[in-house]
Write a protein that binds this ligand. Structure first.
Ligand SMILES: [Zn+2]
Length: 376
């Protein structure tokens, strides 16, 4: 492909020589990202023009500005970002946080979030990025039926087209996809039967960067699914047991020289706890400890309002803390409570232990903190 040839040459020559050869100045506004590296977008587009126009364009030969160039490259499936210091992860999370979703009875529709979570699950499992339309349609329809708002129609052609125009989704072999409104989408999908999936760069991010995957998933869950069992949804889309490494030596495996009875049983994780813990990099939200086991860090997901009878707390991100085992026990037993302003109180001394550590994308719901203070 022509853009890739230009990128190859850029790599071969180096930035300065490449820009020099074709008469470009260093880009200050738009960069195209490929394989985690940045390239001056206008120069790449101009040199890529060689394939269609017979020769590369020099900087002075085309105007329209970097924004137009960016549009063309974006349309070709490349990630174009508007400043040198923005990373693909930031660009991606920025997009996730600005999805343009329709609203129904005051609540944002869930078609795009469900489509994305479905694709994140596939990426996390390293399944094929591009999926035939009949499979995509069947699987996303089922998710909309199960987790959508009341009365939502299972019509995945709309979110797929919307996300395509928004720059997160790709329909690589399909000519000119229609807008995601009106009656055109269904017929177009039937006729073209496109393969589709996350854009390359999005798929790579989600596959390789567990922190970004967790952040995006947590944001979608808490923004669009406040009343849904998050654990169930995560498990359903395959974002559950992604990094469920065997816990060596912990479950009844004989360890010479150590008595089995002294080994505290390590808590098995569900999907939502895993996600919250990854989000916090396994760092305790109360004391900041990041406990290291031989092969990985260890933390526990603590429900604030307990699950099950008689408390019936919900399995949602806003009801879970990431804690070290000590603080988990203290919190469960009521030796620690947390105020609405997130001050952590040691109930034995009445003293403050400082503020709960928080991170963007994981907001604690004060209703559950109040409930926990009541029952202690
Ligand atoms: Zn702690």
């Amino acid at each position: 492909m022509m853009v890739l040839a230009a990128i190859d040459e850029y790599d071969r020559l180096g930035r300065d020589a490449f820009l020099e050869r074709y008469g470009y100045r260093e880009a200050r506004d738009y960069f195209v990202i490929h394989d985690g590296r940045r390239y001056d977008s206008k120069a790449i587009a101009g040199v890529a023009h060689r394939e269609v126009g017979g020769r590369p364009l020099r900087a002075s030969e085309f105007s329209g500005g970097a924004a137009t160039v960016g549009k063309v490259l974006t349309h070709l499936g490349f990630l174009v970002i508007p400043q040198q210091d923005v990373s693909p992860a930031k660009a991606f999370l920025g997009k996730i946080m600005s999805l343009d979703t329709a609203v129904s009875n005051g609540r944002p529709k869930r078609h795009q979030p469900l489509t994305l979570l479905w694709a994140f699950g596939r990426a996390a499992q390293q399944a094929e990025r591009l999926v035939p339309w009949d499979v995509t349609r069947a699987e996303i329809s089922a998710l909309i039926t199960e987790f959508g708002l009341n009365g939502d129609r299972p019509n995945p052609e709309y979110p797929v087209l919307k996300l395509t125009h928004f720059g997160l989704w790709a329909l690589p072999d399909a000519p000119e996809p229609p807008r995601s409104s009106g009656s055109a989408p269904l017929g177009w999908m039937r006729q073209n039967q496109p393969i589709s999936g996350l854009r390359d760069w999005v798929y790579d991010l989600i596959t390789e960067d567990e922190a970004v995957r967790s952040q995006a998933s947590a944001y979608l869950l808490s923004t669009y699914f406040p009343d849904v069992d998050h654990n169930k949804l995560l498990t359903r889309v395959g974002l559950g047991d992604v990094d469920d490494e065997p816990l060596a030596q912990s479950d009844g495996v004989r360890t010479p020289g150590r008595r089995k009875a002294t080994i505290r049983k390590i808590i098995r994780d569900d999907a939502l706890s895993q996600l919250i813990k990854t989000l916090h990099d396994h760092t305790c939200q109360i004391c900041g400890t990041r406990l290291l086991l031989p092969h990985r860090p260890y933390a526990e997901g603590a429900h604030i309002r307990p699950l099950g009878n008689p408390h019936d707390g919900p399995d949602v991100a806003g009801n879970i803390l990431c804690l070290c085992p000590n603080d988990h026990v203290l919190f469960d037993q009521g030796a620690i409570t947390i105020q609405d302003d997130l001050t952590v109180i040691n109930q034995l001394t009445g003293e403050s232990r400082g503020l709960l550590r928080t991170i963007p994308g994981h907001d604690i719901d004060p209703r559950y903190l109040a409930y926990h203070r009541e029952i202690r």
